[in-house]
Design a protein around this ligand. Structure first.
Ligand code: ARG
Length: 568
């Protein structure tokens, strides 16, 4: 039952204002005593040329109450709607129980393609904490859009070209005998890069060595290309370990190098459209509003990051005809994306340019509010180490709480990884994230483990209830018409809305917040009412509610990329 739509239909019958517009205005009052839904009449004051209280009174007189909406009240400029609670609990629970893990899914995305560029590390370095947010936020968006029926293309736009990798190759050529590449090759590759950079600072002739490598790569020299491929392979092997832990999915690993032969088109189109301007030896596209120009060809005659991103955009337009292209990248690249999207618009692709969006996010800070860099005391904080630390800490907690548990390793993995993911998604993404172990793994706080534990509790109630699950659909749901029951069920009923809102704003934290609300409200229900009680019908209804909560929590967590154990 979509209550907002029902209410919008009723208002539309009186005012003729479009249902979709009305639906957007409908709010949920902060206090349920004021109604389940509220319509702010001032939204129509201009259109109807009337004062809000007059609109409210007129609407109340003309709207017929029925089995769905049982009461309407005027409160100043607001019209408050009270839904019939029996209909509510029956409709919502029937739907959740019948649909199971498909509950909340929708087809609003059918026929639309969303391209999500995320993770996209620069290769030849191990995956570190600086890659966490893009990978986790991008991964959640990927699953959220899929859940709503969109065709989603996840792209790992690897930084696999340019001076960075050329330095590594130049260093390898000089010092390969000094390192071992058997055990943990990515660390040796990193050590070579760090050593090269240090030397280069004192001796500019090292830059020439790297430039020479890049020229060889550009000329497709066989030996150098082979080395380049090998380094990509080693890097991907390292990344894959983290992607497996986090459950990250990509449909394409086309990185920067993939666009080497696709940049001529960008330059040609820019020239044809008279957009390329000479500036201090470079070729640039001038930007409006005092924005610095977008450099396309440097004074050294080479293409750069922006040129590649434009080539990638043209490729994505041709191959995916996207309705949205999202770039999940840190805020320090905000100017870059503004320039690239503006250039695309100036090139005549307005329709696509206006659907490109930079999904930016805040920093990661430690418990003292200091920025966590990728290095600590000269040591690189790899994400693999951090995830393993979290798994290890979780294992210890589980060991303490439930030493009898069968598959401790597996559960520790779900809890440890889930905790890190949830922490990253628990606040508005533009806010800085606090990385504090005490908070991340607090089973009683607003955390991933708390939600997993909520699910586990629902499953243990189901096992103890001894009711055949299929029969729950026939329960008498009107046994749940107490305050706590209605609160939980109302929340369950707004699951799809939460996912849709989160997707519209590209804000996974709307789902995290929603899930915490569900868990807390279920916990209030649980504390007030004995679920496995004497009266058979009441027990059945409460168990049905418990099952529905479990279903929504599990599905919601899975959209965020978090797995749920059955016991913990
Ligand atoms: N490799 C870049 C970095 O690590 C991020 C790439 C983001 N995607 C893009 N299409 N520019 O900073």
């Amino acid at each position: 039952m979509n209550y907002k739509e029902e209410i919008a239909k009723k208002i539309n019958a009186v005012t003729n204002v479009a249902i979709s517009e009305l639906e957007e205005y409908i709010e949920i009052p902060p206090n349920p005593e004021m109604g389940d839904y509220a319509f702010p009449c001032f939204k129509l004051a201009k259109e109807l040329r009337k004062a809000p209280p007059a609109i409210a009174t007129e609407l109340k007189e003309n709207i017929v109450v029925d089995g769905v909406i049982e009461k309407i009240e005027v409160a100043g400029g607001y019209l408050n709607f009270f839904v019939n609670k029996s209909t509510l609990v029956v409709e919502v629970l029937k739907e959740v129980l019948a649909k199971g893990e498909d509950y909340g899914k929708s087809d609003i995305g059918n026929g639309k393609t969303i391209v999500i560029d995320y993770s996209s590390p620069n290769i030849a370095k191990p995956f570190h904490i600086g890659h966490l947010r893009t990978t986790v936020i991008g991964g959640a968006l990927y699953k959220m859009y899929k859940f709503l029926g969109y065709h989603v293309v996840g792209i790992n736009h690897l930084g696999d070209w340019g001076m960075g990798i050329s330095k590594t190759i130049a260093g390898y050529e000089m010092w390969k005998e000094e390192y071992s590449f058997d055990e943990n090759p990515i660390m040796s590759i990193l050590a070579i890069y760090v050593r090269f950079n240090k030397l280069e600072k004192e001796d500019p002739s090292y830059t020439d060595k790297a430039r020479d490598v890049l020229i060889r790569l550009e000329n497709k020299d066989e030996e150098t290309t082979k080395l380049w491929r090998w380094i990509i392979e080693i890097s991907l092997e390292n990344y894959q370990k983290v992607y497996d832990l986090l459950g990250s999915e990509f449909d394409s690993y086309n990185g920067e190098a993939f666009y080497n032969d696709k940049m001529d088109r960008v330059i040609k189109e820019l020239e044809e459209k008279n957009l390329l301007v000479d500036s201090e030896g470079a070729k640039v596209v001038e930007m409006p509003d005092n924005m610095p120009p977008c450099i396309i060809i440097t004074s050294a005659g080479t293409t750069i990051y922006a040129t590649r991103d434009l080539a990638a955009l043209l490729y994505r337009i041709d191959n995916y005809d996207f309705s949205k292209a999202l770039y999940v990248v840190g805020s320090e690249q905000s100017l870059h994306f503004k320039q690239v999207f503006k250039t695309l618009e100036l090139m005549g692709y307005e329709k696509y340019a206006k659907n490109c969006e930079h999904i930016s996010f805040g920093l990661i800070l430690d418990e003292n509010g200091e920025k966590i860099g990728s290095r600590k005391g000269g040591h690189l904080l790899t994400l693999e180490e951090i995830l393993n630390e979290s798994i290890e800490k979780s294992r210890k907690i589980i060991e303490e709480k439930n030493p009898e548990l069968d598959n401790k390793e597996e559960v520790a993995k779900m809890v440890g990884v889930g905790a890190i993911i949830f922490n990253d998604l628990s606040n508005n993404r533009v806010k800085d994230e606090i990385f504090d172990w005490n908070q991340i793994l607090n089973f009683a706080g607003e955390t991933g483990p708390y939600l997993q534990y909520t699910y586990v509790r629902t499953q243990s109630i189901l096992r103890n209830a001894g009711i055949e699950e299929k029969s729950l659909l026939e329960a008498d749901f009107t046994k749940l018409l107490d305050k706590e029951g209605i609160d939980v069920i109302k929340l369950l009923g707004s699951f799809e809305t939460a996912v849709v809102n989160a997707t519209n704003k590209n804000e996974p934290s709307i789902i995290s917040r929603y899930l915490i609300d569900v868990a807390q409200s279920f916990s209030r229900f649980y504390n007030e009412h004995q679920i496995i009680c004497e009266e058979e019908e009441t027990k059945k209804a409460r168990v049905a509610l418990t099952k529905a909560v479990g279903t929504v929590v599990k599905t919601g967590l899975s959209i965020l990329g978090i797995k749920t154990p059955e016991k913990m």
